[in-house]
Design a protein around this ligand. Sequence first.
Ligand code: SF4
Length: 423
Amino acid sequence: APAPPPARHLFSDPAEVEALRGNLLAWYDKCKRDLPWRTLAATEPDVDRRAYAVWVSEIMLQQTQVATVIDYYNRWMQKWPTLQALAQASLEEVNELWAGLGYYSRGKRLQEAARKVVSELAGRMPRTAEDLQKLLPGVGRYTAGAIASISYGQATGVVDGNVIRVLCRLRCIGADSSSPAVIDRLWDMANALVDRSRPGDFNQALMELGATVCVPKAPLCGECPVKQHCRARRRVEKELAFASQKLFGKPTPVPDVEECGVGGCPLCPPAAEPWDSSLGVTNFPRKAAKKQPRVMRTATCVLERRGCHGAPEYLIVQRPSSGLLAGLWEFPSLPLAQDLQEEKQREALADHLQAWMGQPVAAGGLRLIGEVVHIFSHIHQTYVVYSLPLEGDVTLDPASSPSRWVTEEEFRASAVSTAMKKV
Ligand code: SF4
């Protein structure tokens, strides 16, 4: 077993842990945001429905802001108020409702897992964090802990981005917070800290603190309910006191910076990147540099025809059922080689469209509209947008992927990505 971390990075005083729990919960009771899934979790007597509601909200909240999620969550719960209702939905319906929320595989996996609960677990959600993680596809350690603590009252901690930030600041953890060793320590800490009688509220309070007070760039330390337990803040205060003593010419003892010692501590900032006074508490957390996103260019064509009532209609085609934006609909698109000249990309797109339509498409007829940039988590995508108005009817090649003509209104209600809406 690895050696326990130095006391400076732990909560080893039971009285302090008690005080921290009390302060955080009192703040949460007073300041928590009113969110639909919280209301449901607090009032729904049926434990499976409660767990289902928390699960849906937690999956939607991964990578997405609360303000965006609320509307999607309400529509989802209205359409599929129970696991059984969701299990009967089609993937197309799920994608349509999810359209615009991003990371589309989340919706798909949620629905697959709901089917599993209904068909293999008799409609009963697993009752512990361990079983939730083991039995439900797409449910990781965090989501399992959130469902179990909030819906069942299991005293188990959670670690998400907000919790990482708060804990790293509370305990001056400056080692790479995305490394498995640090993440393991943070889970130990979260499990030790969680309030035994109100675990769901405690976990939500810790996350809420990270989302609203202990925010990444300019944390509101003065308003923080746990500031007296925060070692990063204590360090900042000591430095300020030291600086003002120096200013007034008072004797200046070397400030006690509470480092663990030079090198060797697995949780302190690396020796090559020591504490930077100008950053204050935002010295923590620290992450290894992110990989640069992949740069991609894609030609896309808005094919337009007159519908039966004279209103314009647009061709959309379905993407493959796996990979990026799986199963979503888009204007016919073609990934481009980098640095391809405009003339060449136009020709490549014309060839691609010809395969769809089963008839020659003149490259010269394609009108270049402009470029649209969309950032996916790991891809910097530029869509080069063309349009092509069509005369007369077009018979689409049935051997190609599914395709259909839609009005603008139908387009907006379809399972299309935010990037295509921008296009
Ligand atoms: Fe975060 Fe500041 Fe509170 Fe410390 S005192 S937990 S840094 S908001």
